[in-house]
Ligand binder design. Structure first.
Ligand code: GLN
Length: 195
């Protein structure tokens, strides 16, 4: 199982470390060639506008978008979730725009700029999972076919649609592997379909 982490900007290494704990072949994706035989890709946290620009400059935007539309499993964390959204409330520029969600950047406001909480997320783990938010977006609306995995105070912070997963928080910044396991299981399902 080979899983890529988009490595143009942002928190790449922490995702790679978590994936390595799960016996997967974790690779940094910087070029088209790096994307060739991956079974899934993680879009890390960072700055969505910068990552979007780098996706365009590197020529990765369209090929990656096409692969995701064809079913390549993808997981966007924080800025990565913003890259996936079809609508961004407070930014006129969208990026991959493959997921039927509307997000609001930096949505928790300055008082809750960064925070940590624990949450029980049925689909992901039998135990509460620690969630770390850093200048995080949340989802203000989601299409009916998008499954809501987790909300905090009525704000949607984790969703899934088929092989697309998006979280407003950063499981890679905790030592909990539950979300990475969940994503690897989505990649395995996809690979089975391909055979
Ligand atoms: N605030 C960033 C953005 O809007 C996201 C922050 C993060 O990824 N931790 O792109």
């Amino acid at each position: 199982m080979k899983i890529g982490v988009l490595s143009l900007q942002g928190g790449v290494i922490e995702h790679i470390d978590h994936l390595k704990h799960l016996d997967t072949d974790a690779v940094e994706v910087k070029t088209l060639n790096d994307m060739k035989d991956i079974d899934g890709i993680i879009l890390p946290g960072g700055e969505s506008s910068t990552m979007g620009k780098l996706l365009r400059i590197s020529g990765l935007l369209e090929p990656l978008k096409n692969k995701i539309i064809k079913g390549l499993p993808v997981w966007g964390t924080c800025a990565g979730m913003i890259l996936l959204a079809k609508n961004i409330e407070n930014d006129p520029v969208t990026h991959l725009a493959v997921m039927d969600i509307t997000v609001r950047r930096n949505a928790f406001g300055s008082q809750l700029d960064s925070f940590k909480t624990d949450k029980f997320i049925k689909d992901v783990s039998g135990e509460p999972v620690p969630l770390v938010f850093i200048r995080a977006p949340f989802i203000t609306s989601a299409d009916r076919e998008v499954k809501i995995l987790c909300s905090i105070d009525d704000q949607i912070v984790a969703v899934r649609k088929g092989s697309m997963l998006a979280t407003a928080f950063h499981p890679e910044l905790t030592d909990n592997l539950a979300f990475h396991k969940y994503f690897v299981s989505i990649c395995k399902q996809y690979r089975k379909r391909e055979l």
